[in-house]
Design a protein around this ligand. Structure first.
Ligand SMILES: C[S@@+](CC[C@H](N)C(=O)[O-])C[C@H]1O[C@@H](n2cnc3c(N)ncnc32)[C@H](O)[C@@H]1O
Length: 106
């Protein structure tokens, strides 16, 4: 088996910058507004299985689950550090969202 994560690129290019991802994105763009719009456009329905590929800190993943509690929502990301942040946010929100570490091309 090769090195699964050899081509992994962290959210802000460098793993050590990962804790700054949410503050930077929140400061640079109207994140909440555009992600809410994205969830609307996805037309998710009750019972759908939703995969958030490259879920990062799970901001979008959480919005999907909050808007569609009856959908099964899974977040996948290649970064352990960013998934740790995502896991903490999901626990704080008290939501049933599964997270997995893996690469999109696997
Ligand atoms: C720009 S961030 C976007 C995060 C999140 N979707 C959001 O909207 O805030 C891209 C994410 O993709 C992940 N990533 C990059 N390449 C990946 C790959 N090949 N497979 C899985 N995740 C990957 C990074 O760890 C990062 O969390």
């Amino acid at each position: 088996m090769g090195n699964t994560y050899a081509h992994y690129i962290p959210a802000l290019s460098f793993d050590w910058l990962t804790p700054l991802y949410d503050p930077i994105v929140g400061w640079m763009m109207r994140e909440a507004a555009f992600k809410r719009r994205l969830v609307e456009q996805a037309r998710i329905e009750s019972g759908h299985h939703v995969l958030d590929l490259g879920c990062g800190t799970a901001t979008l993943t959480i919005l999907v689950k909050q808007a569609h509690p009856d959908a099964e929502v899974v977040g996948l990301d290649g970064g352990q550090r960013i998934l740790d942040i995502a896991r903490a946010r999901i626990a704080k929100a008290g939501l049933a969202i599964a997270l997995d570490r893996g690469m999109a091309y696997d």
